[in-house]
Design a protein around this ligand. Structure first.
Ligand code: IMP
Length: 189
């Protein structure tokens, strides 16, 4: 399965989340701009690009995701990757925007789209609700993980780490839904 993404973190996570599938990242520079109005549309744009680039020789899979902060009206949302340089700068910017704000509610969203060689499309959606921490904690995961505390947990995803993510993250949930769709189409692995 060709993964239409240059994000090495996503590739590593999806390798674990889609067992039985060999994930081959399509590492090219000219991915289209993410102009879709939804995560689903953006994932579809990336999948269509990957399919056009590689030919319909294999399954392609693409993911679009983001973090939505309630007090910011859902920002950065679709623009999470472009909000600020990934990591410490994006975290610092988000914490500054939430300085003095009591409502810390946020959610991670992941939308996965897979397209078969014959053009049939399957999808999976995953959401995790949580809150934004006062300060970053932990070094697991990537992006906003050091400041995201999932509901029902005391620790940030940065502290909970990759083992927690592979079971409970928004991407684990979207991948589970996609896996079920793949199994319905192809039969159990
Ligand atoms: P995309 O490549 O356009 O889907 O960008 C997704 C962006 O959302 C990433 O660059 C991160 O900023 C954020 N994001 C998505 N999933 C995660 C995650 O699992 N942990 C932390 N940040 C994430």
């Amino acid at each position: 399965m060709i993964l239409c993404s240059r994000n090495a973190h996503k590739a590593r996570e999806l390798e674990v989340l889609l067992p039985g599938w060999r994930i081959e990242p399509l590492d090219v520079d000219d991915y289209p701009e993410e102009t879709g109005a939804t995560y689903y549309e953006n994932a579809g744009l990336k999948a269509a690009f990957g399919r056009a680039r590689t030919g319909a020789v294999d399954w392609v899979v693409a993911e679009d995701s983001g973090i939505e902060v309630a007090a910011l009206g859902g920002r950065p949302g679709l623009r999470s990757a472009r909000y600020a340089p990934e990591g410490a700068p994006a975290i610092a910017k988000l914490l500054a925007e939430l300085d003095g704000v009591d409502d810390r509610r946020a959610r991670y969203v992941s939308e996965l789209v897979a397209v078969a060689p014959d053009g049939e499309e399957l999808r999976g959606t995953g959401v995790v609700e949580g809150t934004i921490a006062a300060a970053p904690r932990g070094s697991g995961g990537f992006g906003y993980d050091p400041i995201f505390i999932p509901d029902g947990e005391m620790q940030t995803v940065g502290e909970l780490g990759d083992a927690w993510k592979s079971e409970h993250s928004h991407r684990a949930r979207s991948a589970r839904a996609l896996r079920e769709a793949l199994e319905r189409r192809l039969g159990a692995p």
